[in-house]
Design a protein around this ligand. Sequence first.
Ligand code: ZN
Length: 655
Amino acid sequence: MTLELLHSPLLADPVDVVMRGYQVMAPAPRLTMAAWADGRIVLSPKVSPEPGPIRLARIPYAVEVLNCTSDPRTREVTGMWAAQVAKTTVFVDIPTAFFMHQDPSRQAVYLEDEKKQHVWSTTRLMEMITNTPDLAGLLSQKGGPDSKNTLEYKEYPGGRLSILNSGSEGDLASMSQRIVNKDELDKWRMLKAGDPDALADKRAQNSFNKKIINVSTPRDHNPDQKIFSRITVKYEASDKRKYYVPCPFCNHEQVLREEQVKFVGRVGDDLEDAKYECEKCKMQISHMHKKRMLERGRWIAEKPFKGHAGFWLNALYSPWITWKEYGEAKIKMVRQHDTHKTFQNEWRALPWNPLIEHDKDISPYLARREYYEKVPLRAMTHLFSYADIQKDRIEVIAIALGMARELWGIEHKIFWGEPALSSKGYLPQVWQDLEAWRQKTWEHESGETCRIARLFIDMSYLTSEVLRFCRGKRPLVWPARGMSDINSRHPFISTRPVIDKKGRYKYYQVGPNEGKDIVFANLAVEPPKHTPPLQGEGAGGDGFVSTPGYMHFNQNFDEEFFKQLLASEVGRWKKGIYVYEKISPATRNEGLDLVVGALAAFESTGTDPRPHVEALLRLWEKRQKEANPEYVQQEEPKAEPHAPRKKNWVYGWKK
Ligand SMILES: [Zn+2]
């Protein structure tokens, strides 16, 4: 690597430093850290995927980090890095060697615990010292390697190195240091004496030319719950640099993001390949381009530099991980809570917010969609519906219900147009579209006709428009309002509407949190083992046993709908009440609201589907017989024992 390549705007040229008026009392090092380390430091096969003299051309993103670390203007360096991008080599090993040989200093390296302290000292440090000729000589100059040098302490001309344990209060109260290097900071445990991070920093407070190096993969971080990832806080306080690489096709510089990794030929958990899609020109970039992209990349800071340089890097930048390997790791790891957390921290290099549940994989739900042209035989002909009013559209769903809350999604529709009253005081066209849809009919498999028996309309937004639309349509159409839980859980639904405080209108109150409990529990119900035959031989029999709570969806429900249904909200305890909240304010969750609202519309009628469904089955059998005279009557359906009807029987099926 040539020196031009190593040029950085922060590169310390001693003359430059003096000219700019910085107070630099010690002579500046002759070489920058990257120029010094490249080809000189020898890595052990025990710690590096590429042992031998280090070649920074393989990890071009390391150059600016190293040069920034040796720059006298830098007082603090923070690395929030993924696990497989040479993090320890760049932030701990090379700086330690540099401050032994090139800019000899009093320095301390703090490791997470005693075990890591010893492993780092014996494998990483000593192997590097033994294999790197310039370093090996340093320690032996002090009358043989064993004279003053122990596992935890090394001396060299001009300085000394303490290798310390962040879990030991004694180690944190040790001598003053110029360089304090803190490895895996987010794994450090709190001590009786306080936060070991602050105690370690104190060791450097008396040095005019101190340098603090923080490095870690991030861990948990959620300011709402007073959980802080130290490395996230430090990165936020730094100048926040990210590594931009140019697209090989359009040269657009971009930060590598997981969303742009596109799977090619997925079979189960394995991929045939994965490509990186340029965020600008949308070209599919093969892994073979990565090397060149990294070489041409550069760090761009979000904030002005004030002595604290911060670097963030995820595993997509790793020269040792292909995009295919990244994609496969993601598929396997985001499935479960523990591995998803590891993936978030060590691959994405992002803190884990304990509120985020693991990504709900919607693919099984997409795969289990069915295809029904007519409303299935085991459902009532009464359909139930819920309309959600948005600024630019009305979203609506129609569902059918069978016994024991078995549910079929029949149709999901979006009517585009602003629902707010026009300047002349008319309801805009989008309301007429909704009304035309409400009047439509669907065919039932028995030959009967299905209609919407009750439509709830969310009145929390554009209340007067909703009330105007509902006028004169009772009991088929009702305004409904979701009740937030402040002191106690609001019941899902009652069979009676309430009157508003001023006695102007009636509406239904819906307890969305209880409704979401029901929907999430039902979404977890396993699909029926076999599809019941409905015609010819074998019809009847166990074909009509319901799957309590199971939710069927038709092919016309799309991926976006399932994302909004399954992955938009998360449950948490708040002041003793279990509530659901959007994962982020921008998340769209209409899918979930629609299903909950339509289920509430059904339950508000207090209907027992059993007699309806049984009557439909008898009708269907009669019609079958008429159509096919040879049709043989099968045994009576083996229906489940009829649950005694309670006052609020609908809740009996909850779990
Ligand atoms: Zn491009």
